[in-house]
Design a protein around this ligand. Structure first.
Ligand SMILES: C[S@@+](CC[C@H](N)C(=O)[O-])C[C@H]1O[C@@H](n2cnc3c(N)ncnc32)[C@H](O)[C@@H]1O
Length: 249
C-alpha cells in the first residue's frame, strides 16, 4: 500500500472535540508523529508506532513524517487544536518546500480541528461574534516590535482579539508586556477573558475588566480573548455571558 501524510488537529483536549474524520485517520495510521504531549493523547495499539519529539523540533519532525510517508507509511502528524493555527501544517509545508523534491508527489491532507480560540469563545458565550483577529504572542519566531505593532493596529481597527501563547517558561514576562500595551490603547473597562485548559479537567474561565487583569491570570495553557469596544457582558444567575453583537456602526 502506498504511503500518505495527514496533518490533523486533536482539538483543545476533550475526546468529544476530536472530529470523526481525525479519529478515522488515527485508526488507519501506521505512524503518529508530533510533540510528546500530543502524541501521548493517541492511545497505543498494535501496528501503530508513536514518534514523540521535543517542542522546538518542528522542522525535523516534519521531515521525519514526510520521509516515513515516502517510504510507504501511513503517517498522521498531530497538533493540538487546529493544525493550521500556529501548529504543524505550516511546519510541514516549510519542510516540503525546502526539502526532497520526491516529497511533493506524496498524498498530503490537512484535517481541521477545533482551535483553542473557538473552544474558549464558546465557553464564554460569543465574544468573536463580529470581526476579530488572532495573534500569537510568542516572540520565538518574530520580534516583539512586530507583535506590539499588530496589537496596536488591531485595537485601532477595533477587532476583538484572541491571543495564543500568552507566556511560557522561557517568556515569563510575555503577557505583562501585552497588558501594558493594551492599557495604553484601550479603555479600562474593556472585557478580557482568560480561558485556561478548555475542555480538560483543569478548565477555568475567568472574565474581568482590563483594569483588573494581571499577568499571572495567563499561563501557557491559557487562551486570552480581549473584546472589542462593542463586546458586552450579560449578568445572570451563574456565569455571565460575553458576546459581541453581529453589527457595528
Ligand atoms: C502552539 S499553540 C497551538 C494552537 C493550536 N494549534 C490551536 O489551534 O488551538 C498553543 C497555545 O494554544 C492555546 N491553547 C491550546 N489548547 C488550549 C486549551 N485547551 N485551552 C486554552 N488554550 C489553549 C494556548 O494559548 C497555548 O499556549
Amino acid at each position: 500500500m502506498s504511503g500518505w501524510l495527514k496533518i490533523v488537529g486533536l482539538g483543545p483536549g476533550a475526546e468529544a472535540m476530536i472530529t470523526p474524520e481525525v479519529s478515522a485517520a488515527l485508526l488507519d495510521a501506521t505512524d503518529v508523529v508530533g510533540y510528546v504531549p500530543y502524541v501521548n493523547r493517541v492511545a497505543p495499539r498494535e501496528g501503530l508506532t508513536r514518534h514523540g519529539s521535543d517542542n522546538r523540533e518542528e522542522i525535523r519532525r516534519a521531515e521525519q513524517a514526510l520521509q516515513l510517508a515516502l517510504e510507504g507509511h501511513r503517517v498522521v502528524v498531530v497538533s493540538s487544536g487546529d493544525p493550521g493555527v500556529f501548529a504543524m501544517a505550516s511546519a510541514v509545508f516549510e519542510a516540503l518546500e525546502a526539502g526532497d523534491a520526491a516529497w511533493r508527489a506524496l498524498d498530503i491532507q490537512v484535517l481541521p480541528g477545533i482551535s483553542a480560540m473557538l473552544a474558549a469563545s464558546a465557553r464564554a458565550g460569543a465574544p468573536l461574534g463580529h470581526d476579530f483577529c488572532c495573534i500569537n504572542l510568542s516572540d520565538n519566531l518574530k520580534p516583539w516590535a512586530l507583535i506590539e505593532k499588530r496589537l496596536r493596529l488591531a485595537v485601532e481597527a477595533d477587532f476583538a482579539m484572541a491571543f495564543y501563547n500568552p507566556c511560557s517558561k522561557s517568556r515569563p514576562v510575555g503577557f505583562e508586556r501585552t497588558l501594558k500595551v493594551l492599557r495604553e490603547a484601550c479603555e479600562p473597562e474593556r472585557l478580557v477573558i482568560f480561558a485556561r485548559a478548555v475542555s480538560t479537567p483543569d478548565e477555568s474561565i475567568r472574565v474581568t475588566a482590563l483594569k483588573d487583569a494581571t499577568p499571572d491570570m495567563a499561563d501557557m495553557r491559557t487562551l486570552v480573548i480581549v473584546g472589542s469596544k462593542q463586546t458586552r457582558l450579560i449578568e445572570r444567575d451563574g456565569e455571565p455571558l460575553v458576546y459581541t453583537p453581529r453589527s457595528a456602526l
